[in-house]
Design a protein around this ligand. Structure first.
Ligand code: FES
Length: 108
């Protein structure tokens, strides 16, 4: 595991997402107001960019076909499915958002 400094908190507006590239990973970070959550920026349905979706509670609605993905667990909530996306631990250190990237970063 390795914590990577990503960006300043003010770069992700309230209730919006932004995508960042870390190595070979495309990660979507969301500002839920009281915390930030990060998931793989690739919808399990057909690869839609989740960072561009609309936040609804703790889920994001994919901008392509409106699948709902839980930002805490990575599980698809709607439609019913076993599909999920990878989640990443997030910590803010002062105003800096950090994400914990697994050591086997190229295996994803
Ligand atoms: S690609 Fe996300 S719902 Fe289709």
């Amino acid at each position: 595991m390795s914590w990577i400094r990503i960006t300043n908190t003010e770069n992700i507006p309230l209730r919006e997402g932004r995508s960042v590239r870390v190595g070979d990973r495309d990660i979507a970070i969301f500002n839920l107001g009281n915390r930030f959550l990060a998931v793989e920026n690739r919808c399990p349905h057909n690869g839609g960019p989740l960072a561009e979706g609309i936040i609804s509670g703790k889920t994001v609605v994919c901008p392509l076909h409106a699948w709902k993905v839980c930002l805490e667990s990575g599980a698809v909530k709607k439609p019913q499915s076993d599909a999920c996306v990878m989640t990443y631990p997030v910590e803010t250190v002062g105003d800096i958002i950090c994400i914990d990237i697994p050591a086997n970063a190229c295996a994803a």
